[in-house]
Design a protein around this ligand. Structure first.
Ligand SMILES: [Zn+2]
Length: 136
């Protein structure tokens, strides 16, 4: 059952689409996707595509213990909570944050971000990136 619901989600990511389940009763969005609604308990949800646009609300810069060499290959990054337009909150790796700029950027939170996709360990994985005009 778990695999059944997660499969379309990963297939979506391959096509750079973020899929979630929307409750037919109250409209709450479940991400990562689940069959039942956590908000109202209703059993029927349907696939919706998320815009991938949102804002970064917290920022943790990587230190030795939680740094990830794979991320560093893509670019400077931080960890944080991304709140999508649809109201979904995701713990994510967010690119575009250099150590040098982290302090300034932290004072500007929340910052606009958008989804990016990268191949990792054979799977298309969802990440976020700070909007370019903020960094300019
Ligand atoms: Zn609901």
């Amino acid at each position: 059952m778990i695999e059944k619901i997660v499969a379309p989600f990963y297939e979506g990511l391959e096509h750079h689409k973020i899929l979630a389940r929307k409750c037919k009763e109250c409209g709450a969005i479940e991400f990562p996707p689940r069959y039942a609604c956590n908000a109202c308990g209703y059993h029927e949800t349907e696939w919706v595509e998320l815009s991938g646009k949102g804002k970064l609300t917290t920022m943790i810069t990587p230190a030795t213990l939680n740094s990830d060499p794979w991320n560093a290959k893509i670019g400077p990054y931080c960890y944080g909570i991304v709140e999508l337009e649809e109201g979904v909150r995701i713990n994510s790796t967010v690119f575009g944050v250099t150590k040098k700029k982290a302090k300034t950027l932290r004072n500007q939170l929340p910052l606009p971000v958008h989804a990016i996709f990268a191949e990792r360990d054979g799977y298309t994985t969802l990440f976020f990136q700070i909007d370019e005009d903020v960094l300019a």
